[in-house]
Design a protein around this ligand. Structure first.
Ligand SMILES: [Zn+2]
Ligand SMILES: [Zn+2]
Length: 228
């Protein structure tokens, strides 16, 4: 009851700083900082975020990454995405990704280029802790906006039960492993959704697994990547 009253009195908070906003999910100050995170050029190659290939994404056909992972606005918003199930927050990032993808594809409809959208699944420990899998939520919103079906095609293996193993390196390795679901074999062209690209190792590994299952091409959509 109290929560309902609160929602009524305070309509919407900026998904980054928490300030009350009325029209958009983000306040103008945070919006300006986000725009900087789009326009910045890579400090190594001088290219824009979508053209920079300083992070090697091996075997990936196309990549759609609208933001550099910099600035407190984006970091706060992504953090919120990871710890709470907020539709307006997820929808904001899904909409940005959808626009980025559609601008890059031009006349081509996403559904003519991708058979399915899937995502890098969060570890079970993390999902249980926060109650959300941010990449799954993002992929599902993107699926609606792009009119491409969404399906889980990867399972993260390892985690808690492996902790009894003595080799630390091996534990780390297993933690980040993925196996494809049998259904992956039914799709040729996959769009893989992740939240942040840090080294590219995770999406590269997921791509390998999907291809091993029979997928022909994998493209990647992520909110942001590390700025060198
Ligand atoms: Zn704000
Ligand atoms: Zn670069």
């Amino acid at each position: 009851m109290l929560k309902k009253l609160k929602d009524l009195l305070f309509p919407e908070k900026c998904l980054s700083c928490g300030r009350i906003v009325r029209a958009t999910p983000i306040c103008m100050d945070c919006f300006d900082e986000l725009m900087e995170a789009i326009e910045q050029k890579c400090t190594v190659c001088g290219k824009s975020v979508n053209d920079c290939e300083c992070i090697k994404l091996k075997g990936i056909k196309m990549h759609f990454i609208p933001f550099w992972y910099k600035g407190k606005t984006l970091r706060r918003a992504v953090y919120r995405l990871k710890i709470q199930n907020s539709r307006s927050n997820t929808l904001f990032f899904a909409s940005v990704l959808n626009s980025d993808i559609r601008i890059r594809l031009g006349e081509i409809e996403p559904k003519d280029l991708f058979d399915v959208i899937t995502y890098v699944p969060r570890s079970r420990d993390q999902k249980n802790k926060y109650g959300v899998d941010q990449s799954e939520l993002l992929a599902k919103e993107l699926s609606i906006l792009m009119e491409v079906p969404c399906e889980q095609l990867l399972v993260r293996v390892g985690g808690k039960q492996q902790k009894s193993l003595h080799s630390l390196a091996r534990i780390e390795n297993v933690k980040g492993s993925f196996v494809p679901c049998p259904r992956a074999a039914e799709y040729k062209r996959v769009l893989l959704v992740d939240d942040i690209i840090t080294t590219g190792a995770t999406v590269t590994r997921c791509t390998e697994m999907l291809k091993m299952a029979g997928v022909k091409t994998v493209s990647v959509a992520a909110i942001a990547k590390t700025l060198f």
